[in-house]
Design a binder for this molecule. Sequence first.
Ligand code: MLT
Length: 312
Amino acid sequence: SLSVPVHALAQAFPTQPVTMLIPFSAGGPTDVIGRLIAQSMSATLGQQVLVENVTGAGGTLAAGRLAQSTPDGHTLLLHHMGMATSATLYRDLPYDPLTAFDYVGQVTTVPMLLVSRPDYPAQDFAALLEMVRENPEETLLANAGPGAVSHLCGMLFMQAVGVQLTTVPYPGTGPALTDTMGGQVDLLCDQTTGATSAVAGGGVKAYATATAERIETLPDVPTALEQGLEGFEIGVWHGMYVPAGTPEAARERLTEALRIALADETVIQRFAELGTTPVPQEDITPQSLEALFKSEIEFWRPLIEQAGEYAN
Ligand code: MLT
């Protein structure tokens, strides 16, 4: 029989498998990161961390699910900066983004780049810009809906180029990338965590990165800036959240498990192959994520209000 004292059992966390909500499709960039982390966190926590993809409404369905779940540490959410932009993009959210969540820690930042179907006829980025300016309506730009970073990145691209393309929404950039490879759509702005192997394997063409410097793992892809396009730059950050009211002890344990995951050589190695790195260990704290989250809401609010492109 068990010799563990009853009071210790009552305090133990986790007492059951933990669900990690992923707001976009399986196989996509957020999912890839989530599954890598979940594997390590499972080992640390001594309970399975099970990934559940809750897709829809640009990630806000998953955030809504988290807001409604029992605040005992057994449900968490991995989300990117859409967690902050959706606070303005969606005028009618079923949760209050400022009070519904507690913070586990920052996770990673991921570069983005513009890719096309493999047979897109433009020889280079300059030719691509010419093509989209000539045929804006016939150019199909895929994204994962308002609140997705592919949507935000696509918006920046269209603003920078001065065109309005026809956008095609998907539940994640996983399926959007599949359709780009298949030629159902023309262009997609994706994270390296989603697009790297398709670029390397020739499944899509990469025309420009949305970064200040070239991406180390894709050294042949020039930045948009070095090809003369200003204003097409975006960095994507990720955070991990629990529902507000989660007991401090459980939350601390999750932060610790996240910190261990992001120091795991296998995770770091795989991240590196996908063009990303974990945030510094000192940023894997609730305070650091909360500060970033709140400043990002403030940063994006006027820009979104100015664009006037609300999701609802
Ligand atoms: C995904 O995981 O599918 C992406 O993060 C969606 C996006 O925000 O573009």
